[in-house]
Ligand binder design. Sequence first.
Ligand code: PEP
Ligand code: MN
Length: 342
Amino acid sequence: MKTNIIAGPCSAESQQQVMATAQELRDLGISTFRAGVWKPRTYPGNFEGRGEEALPWLQKVQEELGMKVAIEVATPLHVATALRYGIKIFWIGARTTANPFAVQAIADELAQALPAADGTKLLVKNPTSPDLDLWIGAIERFRKSGVKNITAVHRGFSAYEKTEYRNQPMWQLAMDFRRRMPDVPLYCDPSHIGGKRELIQPLSQKALDLGFDGLMIESHYCPDKALSDADQQLTPQELGQMIDSLTVRDSNTAAEGLDILRKQIDELDSQLIDIVERRMMVSKEIGQYKKQHNLTVFQSGRYKEVLERLIALAQKKGIDKRCAKLIFEAIHEESVRQQLEN
Ligand code: PEP
Ligand code: MN
């Protein structure tokens, strides 16, 4: 397998659908099967999952097909019920992560279910809103409950404006998550980000390029008949083709080339500082000249002229105007500070 992949339908709908989908996925080499049992639906009256009735089917997937099974839990009762059927991989959905009361109640249930819950693995999806602290806070609550095996899942963020994505990827936020929690494996769920089949491949590739540790993808043996999220599910066969098309960046062979480039960057950054130092020396001389001739340190005409010239120069070289402005403003501020010290 090119990367870690968890796959399965949005919802467990029938024993036949679960077994047929799981079998095909297992034949692709996928070892963890996902299926929603209790579904958080936005409007009432939609298919809300089969509930406990589906758990024996998932137990069968574990026992007969030798796969591991992951389901969504949103309440302490879901956890207790699933544990009775031997299911030990739980994902916390985006709507649940957003609610610290719900997170705490599930964490408390897991803590008191130990040692029966020993070996439990949790996948914590990001909350619906782009709130990094809420995501990290949820993971910390679970850690405190004694669950050691925790993976984060990036599934995108809600936005009022309709865009090509069902949920905005906001990759920067996922990368900030990685910086803040470097020891927590990070998966991507391209199905709930994209919302449509054709976006799953490009989103998965992007996630691999950014160094995600795995993917959680929805797959149904007959997506058009799916009772939830029909537009974004791939058949196991389509999933297999999608996986084949992915390029995994090999971190070892890539590392050498990267090293050479990073050395160049380090050298250029040192040169930037040397140039700023030389600029400050000239600027100090100007400061002394202004003092001797009774001129003000800040001269707005000159400031405007220098800024405009630099922005035009930067734009010619494909550097964004905002970047040129920020660099110049920072250098100018330091120049003024040093001239005033004179
Ligand atoms: C799901 O995985 O089917 C699901 C409901 O996900 P999310 O919490 O990301 O919306
Ligand atoms: Mn879904």
